[in-house]
Design a binder for this molecule. Structure first.
Ligand code: ASP
Ligand code: MG
Length: 417
């Protein structure tokens, strides 16, 4: 049994979904658990719906546009079909019922109840289309299988319960049909509410299913040929890495290489389940393999993160930045869920580079204010180079102002203006 994951770009329109069908047909006869994200930019769009809802604005036009996007794709795939449209209409009605309720004021909770519709819609549409095209499948709701606590927008997985649920539902479904279709990114709580696992969390979902089912492998289907040493949009000479050990891939995703969600690799490593990153345009090509292999290349990898905020925090009483201050600062960061991408301390200040959205950062800064002075630079860039060389450093720093720099034997990081 294998787990496949298709992200938003791989299901963004009718041709993309036909391509997904073709890929599944290449694996006919195999048992597949197929994890699918919301279509195209739907998650971003639903974030707009949520924002309007939270501000008591009218959401009718937004919902109309969202539905038209899905309906048009369905119409292109299966002209004049009624049943599929009826299923989308059921989801639309559920979303509209939700939006007719008064806003509870619990933003993160509401986020998960609303934004999760993206995956519910994509999987409903695709499961139906696959069935109509001869790929018989079972649609399962991840919100009844991936069980988490109530940390909305970043649900923490209860592995025991999740394992029980998945092992109960999936093998039984696979007995009936060789393919299971489920949603990435979403899960559920004991309180029968939906939860999301954090943006781009569908990769993590694939790893959760693979782990619980002892899958043979996971394949993430992407619009790039595999794992590259840099983003080809910035580095036209980027090259594919054919094979890479878990540890190295973990380091790259930890520093923000956007190919794989950082939580994905650990569960796979623990069970020695290989992860294949492949191009959905060229399914016959090998892609990149992450697994129990030696580190075969020392080629420099570049990870560039824009839209970062650099915070520099000084105790107001001019005390040193000692353990007491740091522990208070860290606990506020944890409380406001401000994610630290890089940090450095000196005697009188503590600096943090974060990519967390500015509103959340500002709330955290407010909480720090009584005891700390905080300076911040918005819109800075964090560059990480693994296996750096003088030439690699020159390439990223030339002509830029360096605000912060940190070095280890294998990694160098810069915060640049
Ligand atoms: N649809 C979600 C997102 O865009 C999850 C994912 O794509 O992995 O963040
Ligand atoms: Mg996505």
């Amino acid at each position: 049994m294998q787990v496949f994951k298709f992200g938003g770009a791989s299901v963004k329109d009718a041709p993309a979904i036909r391509n997904l069908l073709r890929i599944l047909q290449l694996y006919a006869g195999e048992e597949l658990v197929v994890v699918i994200s919301a279509m195209g930019k739907t998650t971003n769009f639903l974030e707009r719906v949520l924002k309007a809802y939270s501000q008591q604005e009218d959401t009718a036009d937004l919902v109309e546009e969202l539905m038209r996007y899905h309906e048009d794709i369905l119409e292109e795939l299966l002209p004049d079909d009624r049943e599929g449209k009826a299923r989308l209409a059921t989801l639309r009605a559920a979303l509209e019922r939700k939006l007719a309720e008064p806003f509870s004021g619990r933003y993160d909770y509401e986020y998960d109840q609303i934004v999760s519709f993206g995956e519910l819609m994509s999987t409903t549409l695709i499961s139906y289309y696959l069935q109509a095209s001869g790929v018989s499948n079972t649609w399962l709701c991840a919100c009844e299988l991936v069980m988490t606590d109530t940390t909305y927008r970043e649900g923490r997985v209860d592995w025991n319960l999740t394992g029980d649920r998945i092992r109960q539902a999936v093998p039984a479904a696979l007995k009936d049909h060789p393919v299971v279709i489920t949603q990435g990114f979403i899960g559920g709580t004991d309180e029968q509410t939906r939860v999301t696992l954090g943006r781009e969390g569908s990769d993590y979902t694939a790893a959760i299913f693979a782990y619980c089912l002892d899958a043979e492998r996971v394949t993430i289907w992407k619009d790039v040929p595999g794992l590259l040493n840099a983003d080809p949009k910035r580095f036209p000479d980027a090259v594919k890495i054919d094979e890479i050990p878990y540890q190295e891939a973990l380091e790259l995703s930890y520093y923000g290489a956007s190919v794989i969600h950082p939580k994905t690799l650990k569960p796979l490593q623990n069970k020695h389940i290989p992860l294949n990153v492949k191009s959905f345009f060229h399914p016959e090509e090998a892609g990149s393999m992450i697994g129990d292999c030696p580190l075969s290349t020392n080629i420099s990898s570049f990870i560039v993160k824009d839209n970062q905020t650099l915070l520099t925090i000084f105790p107001k009483d001019f005390s040193f930045v000692a353990e007491e201050n740091l522990s208070e600062i860290f606990s506020l960061f944890a409380q406001y869920r401000v994610r630290i991408n890089m940090m450095q301390n000196s005697a009188l200040s503590f600096s943090v580079c974060t990519g967390t959205e500015l509103d959340r950062v500002k709330d955290c800064v407010q909480a720090l204010m009584p005891r700390y002075k905080v300076k911040y630079n918005e819109q800075v860039t964090l560059v990480t180079i693994r296996h750096y060389t003088p030439e690699a450093i020159r390439r990223v720093t030339e002509g830029r102002t360096i605000l912060l720099r940190q070095t280890s034997r294998t990694t160098i990081q810069y915060v640049l203006l």
